[in-house]
Design a protein around this ligand. Structure first.
Ligand SMILES: C[C@H](O)[C@H](O)CC(=O)C(=O)O
Ligand SMILES: [Mg+2]
Length: 395
């Protein structure tokens, strides 16, 4: 069967929400004194935007095939990503068959290895890879999950990440992940406040609701160990991304230090099979949380997930909306998914990449039927009302 070839590759940037979900207007819960590695500097404590959490913005990658089919994907990489796609990666795409995903991934990774390996380059490669899967699935008139082996369950179950687990419980989610607000530099007083908030949410949510703390790389081993033991009293299910993503040794220690039954999770800022191999082989965590828009795309997530399965670790991808839903529904070792609450309060469910995408499915009563993912490709469209900017042109 002859397959269409790739005729054009276009990279756009967008500001204000979308895949760069930290790029929100003021007053949003996601930028309200959340603990970060920059929290040691008081002037960067109140707002993550103050140190530049939203400088990248969203990258949109569009790939057009010779039969006119267009695949696209969005990720966090902005103008730097657009440069990499247009000036470097497009050469590995133009003229290729739409089925050549594995070879294209290999060439993109090894051609950028001298300046890439992780971070924004891998975000960019992920964006191209996801656009290729969207394109191939559309050419085949199938959802991406069908290309990945098909659903292993009838529906997805979600926990919610946001400032109000109590409201998430009312909305039908199975758990709520709170952002940790105070860092070690805020001393005993900060630690007390961190525990008080958890205690308050536990009393509002009751004993059976999962509560987790997302520490966004802000702690040291000693503080994380102390927090875990104090939080155990309030039934903390897991402690997430407590340490720097480079501190594999610290994670391995933390996993030994936490109270029995508490899970250690990490990996949203990790990339590729080689990064996750370190986390898994060093026994750093119980659950890995690759972001499919950052870790290398679906092509790499397949490998990461197989590696995790062999280490008896669960894979619960970070955020990433439809790009993760199509994967999670096909994997036994991904029993539930994350839903990032993008409403500013957040007292209602809004699509995670709003306002950039149309037809983006959302959980209803904390669940999503597999049939909500049955449209060709990833099943989403770009909102034509959102202005795209193309800063570079390949060739
Ligand atoms: C809430 C966290 O600080 C971050 O914004 C999102 C995240 O790490 C997660 O969803 O996990
Ligand atoms: Mg996280």
């Amino acid at each position: 069967m002859s397959m269409p070839t790739i005729k054009a590759v276009r990279a756009f940037t967008v500001r204000g929400g979308g895949a760069d979900y930290h790029d929100q207007a003021g007053g949003h819960w996601i930028d309200d004194h959340i603990g970060t590695p920059m929290g040691k500097y008081p002037e960067y404590r109140q707002s993550r935007q103050s140190f530049g959490i939203n400088v990248l913005g969203t990258l949109v990658v569009e790939i057009e095939a010779s039969d006119g089919t267009v695949g696209f994907a969005v990720t966090t990489a902005g103008e730097i990503g657009a440069f990499i796609v247009e000036k470097h990666l497009s050469r590995f795409l133009i003229g290729r068959q739409v089925t050549e995903i594995e070879k294209i991934w290999d060439q993109m990774y090894f051609a950028t290895q001298y300046y890439g390996r992780k971070g924004v380059v891998l975000n960019t490669i992920s964006g191209v890879d996801l656009a290729l899967w969207d394109l191939l699935a559309k050419v085949r008139k199938e959802p991406v999950h069908a290309l990945l082996g098909g659903p292993v369950r009838d529906e997805l179950q979600f926990y919610a990440t946001g400032a109000r687990p109590d409201l998430a419980k009312q909305m039908g989610f199975i758990g709520g992940k709170l952002p940790l607000h105070h860092v070690p530099a805020e001393g005993e007083e900060g630690l007390k406040k961190n525990i008080e908030l958890l205690a308050e949410m536990r009393s509002r949510c009751g004993d059976d609701f999962w509560l987790m703390y997302d520490c966004w790389m802000s702690l040291d081993l000693n503080y994380a160990t102390k927090l875990a033991h104090k939080a155990h009293e309030y039934g903390l299910k897991w402690i997430e991304e407590a340490l720097s993503p480079d501190d594999y040794w610290g994670y391995a220690e933390l996993r030994k230090n936490v109270p029995k039954g508490m899970l250690v999770t990490t990996g949203e800022h990790e990339a590729t099979r080689w990064g996750f191999k370190l986390l898994l082989e060093m026994g750093c965590c119980d659950i890995i949380q690759p972001d499919v828009g950052w870790c290398g795309g679906v092509t790499e997530l397949i490998k990461i997930s197989a590696l995790a399965d062999a280490h008896s670790a669960l894979v619960v991808p970070h955020g990433s909306s439809v790009y993760s839903y199509h994967f999670v529904i096909t994997r036994q070792n991904s029993p539930f998914a994350e839903f990032l609450m993008m409403h500013p309060v957040p007292d209602q469910v809004v699509p995670m990449f709003t306002p950039l995408l149309l037809d983006e499915p959302v959980p209803v009563n904390g669940r999503m039927k597999a049939s909500a993912l049955d449209k060709p490709g990833f099943g989403v469209r770009l909102n034509p009302e959102i202005k795209l900017h193309r800063p570079y042109i390949n060739g």
